[in-house]
Write a protein that binds this ligand. Structure first.
Ligand SMILES: Cc1cc2nc3c(=O)[nH]c(=O)nc-3n(C[C@H](O)[C@H](O)[C@H](O)COP(=O)(O)O)c2cc1C
Length: 307
């Protein structure tokens, strides 16, 4: 009997749907046992979020601070043949509940010398979060053997509006009657996800993951656009600076830092609105001006190695 452990967190259920659809080829097999472990913060994150709650989560999220989690139901001393970590980026970082899990002694015990596949379901900016994930997994001596990403396929500025309507207003369907539904499409989950899951299954059964990521990439498991690659590059530099600036005034929820949080809540969407079109033009030029560099960057972020 081979054993799979799925560690996941979700607020709206999107990530749960994505990982279940991906693992559908693993289900109902006599030779595989799957344990789903949903992470539950002791003090739940709100959903939908208020404007202040949303932006107040930013500093500690970027700084990788942990929250307390409810006890786990899996046994960390058990040896799993594969651990799936299904997570979402928050502010270009690993979401707080999943990042908190990675800092526990149970994660340390569980993940040492264990094969890991990451599954992400998000808006469209996941590169930096996955770099942080790679770094943590490396420090835990885990073997990252695969990565699958599901994103919202709408243009960046459209999904910026719909993700806010979703996270702050709880509206997923046709915001204002004109915007598309936020999130990963049902079609992608019903058709592509099981195909990707089947690729993982075949490698899992043969216990050889050497060519898996390339096969996943060929089948559409990785979504990288050069404009978002450049936009994330800006965020990566700016986010830690502003996170430190806010946290100098206090921690999570403190009254003293509210003004700085409020300013950030205005600056961030405005910066994305202004930078997005500029970066889109730059990203059209970049592959012409620096074709090798852009190709190399996309190849790097599609893979599981770490610089
Ligand atoms: C606080 C917060 C920050 C987010 N930041 C990002 C981000 O940086 N990149 C991204 O692609 N999506 C981001 N999202 C969207 C999430 O990745 C995800 O799509 C959404 O929260 C739904 O996931 P869930 O309901 O399964 O938890 C963010 C969502 C929240 C709540």
């Amino acid at each position: 009997m081979k054993k799979v452990l799925v560690i996941y967190f979700t607020q709206s259920g999107q990530l749960n749907k994505a990982v279940k659809a991906t693992l559908s080829p693993f289900e109902n097999r006599k030779d595989i046992e799957i344990h789903y472990e949903q992470l539950k913060p002791k003090s739940a994150f709100p959903f939908p979020w208020t404007y202040m709650q949303f932006f107040d989560a930013f500093p500690e999220c970027v700084q990788g601070k942990a929250c307390e989690l409810e006890p786990f139901s899996f046994n960390p001393s058990e040896k799993y043949d594969l651990v799936i970590i299904a997570y979402q980026p928050w502010f270009l970082s690993v979401s707080v509940p999943v990042n908190s899990f990675l800092q526990t002694k149970e994660a340390k015990q569980l993940l040492k010398n264990t094969n890991v596949v990451t599954v992400l379901a998000c808006r469209n900016m996941w590169l930096n979060a996955q770099e942080k994930m790679k770094t943590v997994l490396k420090s835990l001596d885990a073997n990252l053997v695969g990565n699958i990403t599901y994103v919202d396929k709408a243009p960046n500025l459209v999904s910026l509006i719909t993700v806010f309507a979703f996270a702050l207003g709880g509206v997923q369907h046709k915001y204002l009657g004109i915007f598309p539904k936020y999130g990963v499409s049902e079609k992608e989950l019903s058709t592509k996800a099981p195909q990707l899951g089947d690729i993982v299954l075949q490698h899992f059964l043969s216990d050889n993951y050497t060519s898996m990521q390339n096969e996943l990439i060929k089948n559409g498991a990785i979504n990288i656009k050069s404009n978002l690659l450049l936009l994330e590059g800006r965020g990566k530099v700016f986010f830690p600076i502003y996170a430190n600036y806010i946290s100098k005034k206090g921690t999570w929820g403190t009254e003293d830092r509210k003004t700085r949080v409020r300013i950030f809540g205005i600056v961030l969407p405005t910066a994305i609105l202004i930078l997005s079109p500029i970066i889109t033009i730059a990203s059209r030029l970049a592959p012409i001006l620096f074709p090798k560099k852009i190709k190399k960057e996309i190849e790097y972020y599609s893979g599981n190695s770490i610089r």
